[in-house]
Design a protein around this ligand. Structure first.
Ligand code: GDP
Ligand code: ADP
Ligand code: 5GP
Length: 204
């Protein structure tokens, strides 16, 4: 059975992870982003089932109890988690899957699936990160201050990742992410699986 690649993408809040991942999946076929469950309040413009599955704490805890999560973590006082069945279904269907998760979740995924490919996105400077966080205009002042403090903590984990992308110029960072996804489709294993009959015919 053909299997897609699982990509883990992490970044401090405001680095541009969501914008980059959105463009990435629009620009390539065969790749999807996993929609997480969260207990955080919905932001203006966010749609339930599209950006996140928004649930309350008891519902989230029930899912934890039932072992529904591939990984989950507490980030900024909220719970976030990735549904095991949804990710499995996409991978088995041969889709590449992106998880936009924090470093704690990344560790849990690597422990269960060592072949997952992880990417950390860095901002070009602290000042620019702050500008993007406030410029997004979706969070309260106190929330922005909290996220800025936590950003440094998140960034200290960059060295646990396979790849680093600096999101200075958006188009450049997007091209780097595209290259990464494409290169993983050209491994001996993936091509041999996908083109088994071609290889057999060529070698006959
Ligand atoms: P944004 O990154 O600033 O847009 O803020 P979000 O509220 O979307 O995400 C907050 C944090 O939760 C980020 O560090 C995400 O990587 C993390 N996160 C989101 N979804 C998940 C998930 O399913 N699992 C885990 N472990 N972390 C998640
Ligand atoms: P994250 O998901 O990492 O929290 P977002 O994708 O929401 O980040 O991006 C945060 C803000 O920064 C958004 O307003 C987005 O439009 C902006 N942004 C993202 N990448 C860049 C870039 N390369 N240059 C300038 N602004 C950017
Ligand atoms: P936001 O609340 O701004 O949408 O996301 C904040 C952080 O939560 C981001 O850094 C994001 O990567 C992380 N996050 C979102 N979904 C998940 C998830 O399912 N699991 C984990 N571990 N982190 C997540």
């Amino acid at each position: 059975m053909a299997q897609g690649t699982l990509f883990i993408v992490s970044a401090p809040s405001g680095a541009g992870k969501t914008s980059l991942v959105r463009e990435l999946i629009e620009s390539l076929d065969g790749i999807q982003v996993s929609v997480s469950h969260t207990t955080r309040a919905r932001r203006d413009g966010e749609v339930d089932g599209v950006n996140y599955h928004f649930v309350d704490v008891p519902a989230f805890e029930a899912m934890v109890e039932q072992g529904d999560f591939f990984e989950y973590a507490r980030v900024f006082d909220n719970y976030y988690g990735t549904s095991r069945s949804a990710v499995q279904a996409m991978l088995v269907a041969g889709q590449d899957v992106i998880l936009e998760i924090d470093w704690q979740g990344a560790r849990q995924v690597r422990a269960q699936l060592p072949e997952a490919v992880s990417v950390f996105i860095l901002p070009p400077s602290r000042e620019e990160l702050e500008r993007r966080l406030s410029g997004r205009g979706t969070d309260e002042h106190a929330v922005i201050a909290r996220r800025m403090r936590d950003a440094v903590d998140e960034m200290t984990h960059h060295d646990e990742y396979d790849y680093l992308v600096i999101n200075d110029d958006f188009t450049t960072a997007l091209r780097e992410l595209q290259s990464l996804v494409i290169s993983r489709r050209l491994t001996l294993e993936r091509v041999s699986e996908h083109h088994a009959s071609l290889l057999a015919a060529l070698m006959a």
